[in-house]
Design a protein around this ligand. Structure first.
Ligand SMILES: [Zn+2]
Ligand SMILES: [Zn+2]
Length: 255
């Protein structure tokens, strides 16, 4: 199984995941043209994609979804709340596949299991994607962590986790108070400290890669996020730590 973060942050999110036969995208928060360019940069193409799985209806996760559906016929998977709240931004979709949060989707040889997270949208989810041999967990855009999230993400071989902001930078930065409160709320985004504590619970012998994702460009830096993660986990063993960027795709990671 391989994955690449095509881009991550408040200006757009999309993750490519493939096993032997099947390739999917989690979220499509860039234009169709940009997603195609980023796929090409890792030697892949939109025509390879069998499904687009949506976490929630914020623009930085769905703005390219309609185009991928209409131009390329890629089936769009989301829960009813996400489809209904994102209706205008999705536009017409060629193939619309509804799931209930908690369902396990079978997309050729990939299993995609959704689980509820905590964010200011209709019914936000994270995903664990597995090909039966390896698994990758994706969890960003959540204001708090839960027992359910820890249970689903435990034992994954790859983890893509939100490290959104540094609390001091947020408090002392340019965001007006209401926006700070929204980011910090239980339905906002995870700060480095909370994310690092959560990560420490999830580290296991099975974990090969951790990718820190959805970093704020205003209220965080890659070094601060990385240091928070490094300090919270006592023994990294063989686990590699990566930080996803906003402007270009990561090289494919094999797990
Ligand atoms: Zn987001
Ligand atoms: Zn969001």
């Amino acid at each position: 199984m391989r994955f690449s973060i095509l881009g991550s942050g408040s200006r757009g999110n999309s993750v490519f995941i493939e096993s032997g036969k099947t390739a999917i995208l989690i979220d499509a928060g860039f234009s169709g043209k940009e997603i195609q360019a980023r796929l090409r940069s890792i030697g892949r193409d939109l025509s390879d994609i069998r499904a687009l799985c949506i976490t929630h209806e914020h623009n930085d996760h769905i703005c390219g979804a309609g185009v991928l559906s209409r131009r390329c016929g890629i089936p769009t998977y989301a829960n009813p709340g996400t489809f209904s709240n994102g209706d205008k931004r999705f536009g017409k979709l060629k193939v619309r596949k509804e799931f209930d949060s908690g369902d396990i989707l079978q997309i050729d040889d990939l299993q995609v299991r959704s689980f509820r997270i905590s964010h200011d949208t209709a019914d936000p989810v994270g995903f664990v994607i597995s090909d039966g041999k390896a698994s990758v967990g994706y969890c960003t855009d959540t204001g708090q962590v839960s027992h359910l999230m820890a249970t689903r993400l435990a034992g994954c071989n790859g983890l893509i986790l939100e490290f959104n902001h540094n609390l001091d930078m947020l408090k002392n930065g340019p965001y007006p108070l209401p926006l700070q409160q929204r980011v910090r709320s239980s339905q906002g985004h995870l700060c480095n400290e909370d994310a690092a504590e959560f990560l420490a619970q999830l580290v296991s012998d099975h974990l090969r890669f951790v990718v820190l994702a959805h970093l704020s460009e205003t209220n965080n830096t890659p070094d601060l996020a990385r240091n928070a993660a490094l300090q919270s986990v006592a023994d990294w063993g063989e686990t590699a730590l990566l930080v996803a960027g906003q402007d270009e795709s990561m090289p494919l990671v094999q797990i």
